[in-house]
Design a protein around this ligand. Structure first.
Ligand code: ADP
Length: 460
């Protein structure tokens, strides 16, 4: 065992001292007194060394800075051991200091403000950008509650609500032209990391885009409404006009309706592409009721074609999503099925779990005109139409499926299309199972509505 020989040496030394002391005592005629003198001398030497150790340790906050006092034996080993421990600790400290300095230098170079807040909502640390953006002052603001320093009731509410899924945008106090975006994350024991960015430029661009979209809808939509209004009035009294006006008037009305639809769909698409997904708006809602609503609306719009429209969906089932967006997507698919299925045809909406794919599917199945295989991969492209003249007749814009695709993407879902010319089509919206809540016991099986299902092909 290392160090054991020091103990042996020390024991021998003690025995030698006691032996010599006993001999001296015997010579002086009192062995006990000799032994007492020897033990006292031995103890005095140990106390003296202990004193040196104390002075050495106290004189050096880091005992690794100064060489240990000269010593031998057991005490030499104690001094060396402490010295080595000190050196190791110093190395670890140097390493940590280097890392902290690097972290501080890199965080100082960031344009993003980073602040650490403790469980009592007080500032613990912040970087240079936080000092510049939020005006935090070192050391005065250290330990002060963050809500006393960012003095906006919306921030206080956001901070205490602890629902940090979406960031909070606020204008800079005293400078309304600048906008800051606050993001918070919880860590450790109710501690928070606050990240703040200056999003003035992005915010301005967002406002400009919203203005632009608003202007387009107004500048194009208003004249179109007026033109269509007059055209409808004239068409109602078409008998008063010559025969030569009947066809041009019908075409003008058809094209005006189409343009109106294009403006509406373009605005919808722009909004879907540019607006961030608002998790707060994605809530569970009853799917069967939504499908029933779409079915009724479609029956009403296309009543002349007398389609046989039916659906299958578990009445209890809930889907998590933005109801108005999913209404728009599913309604687009069902309206298409109605548009491209001749009178008397059948349309079926099915909602069920696909256990093999571990997904939930909503399918819109029709036995209409179908689509040639070559067109299927391009269907979700903007303005892509299989048959331009037929689509125009039905008021189609070629934007419907692009809208469907975007809405599904915002719900982690995909669109799959299978179709065969002349046989009918199946448009499948495939959702992850996590989006579904319902009665897990009840199997959502449904029989195939049409005997011959066309082969499945995917749209990317
Ligand atoms: P549109 O407004 O022209 O209907 P969409 O993007 O909704 O535009 O559809 C693109 C094209 O896909 C349509 O022009 C049509 O040719 C074809 N299509 C969509 N749904 C069906 C369907 N159920 N049956 C046959 N063809 C369809």
């Amino acid at each position: 065992m290392p160090g054991l020989h020091y103990w042996r040496e020390e024991l021998l030394r003690l025995l030698a001292v006691l032996g010599l002391a006993a001999l001296a005592g015997w010579l002086a005629g009192d062995i006990a007194l000799g032994l007492l003198g020897g033990v006292s001398g031995y103890l005095a030497i140990h106390y003296w060394r202990l004193g040196r150790l104390r002075r050495w340790v106290q004189g050096n906050p880091s005992v690794s800075n100064a060489e240990p006092p000269e010593s031998f034996g057991l005490w030499g080993e104690v001094f060396d051991g402490i010295y080595q421990l000190g050196r190791q600790e110093q190395k670890a400290r140097d390493y940590l200091e280097r890392i902290i300095t690097k972290a501080q230098e890199s965080s100082a170079a960031l344009e993003i403000a980073v602040t650490m807040i403790d469980a009592q909502d007080c500032l613990v640390w912040w970087n240079l950008a936080a000092a510049k953006l939020l005006g935090f002052q070192n050391p005065q603001d250290l330990g002060r509650p963050v809500t006393n320093l960012v003095r906006d009731p919306r921030f206080a509410q956001y901070f205490h609500d602890a629902d940090y899924e979406e960031p909070l945008k606020l204008s800079v106090p005293g400078d309304q032209s600048r906008t800051l975006e606050f993001e918070l994350a919880l860590f450790g024991k109710q501690e928070r990391l606050m990240i703040v960015r200056d999003v003035t430029r992005v915010h301005r661009m967002e406002l400009m885009r919203e203005d632009f979209v608003g202007n387009v809808s107004h500048e194009l939509g208003t004249p179109l409404t007026v033109i269509k209004g007059y055209l409808e009035t004239i068409t109602d009294n078409v008998e008063d006009l010559g025969q030569q006006w009947h066809k041009p008037l019908a075409q003008m009305l058809q094209q005006a309706t189409r343009m109106e639809n294009i403006v509406r769909d373009l605005l919808t698409l722009t909004a879907l592409e540019t607006r961030a997904v608002k998790k707060r708006r994605q809530k569970p809602f009853n799917l069967a009721r939504l499908i029933d609503e779409i079915e009724q609306d479609t029956k009403q719009i296309h009543h002349a074609k007398e389609h046989e429209i039916s659906h299958h969906c578990d009445a209890e089932l809930e889907i998590i999503g933005d109801r108005s967006e999913l209404y728009s997507a599913l309604s687009n698919l069902v309206q298409n099925a109605a548009k491209y299925t001749p009178a008397g045809g059948a349309i079926r909406i099915e909602a069920e779990c696909d256990e093999a794919r571990e997904a939930f599917e909503i399918r819109v199945v029709d036995n209409g005109i179908g689509i040639d295989e070559q067109h299927i991969p391009r269907l979700t492209e903007r303005f892509y139409r299989v048959d331009v003249s037929r689509s125009s007749e039905t008021g189609g814009t070629g934007l419907g499926l692009a809208i469907v695709k975007h809405i599904l993407m915002r719900h982690d879902a995909e669109l799959h299309v299978s179709s065969e010319s002349g046989q009918g089509s199946v448009f499948t919206c495939r959702f992850p199972l996590e989006r579904i809540r319902g009665n897990e016991q009840s199997p959502l099986a449904v029989q195939a509505p049409f005997p011959d299902q066309p082969p499945r092909l995917n749209v990317h």
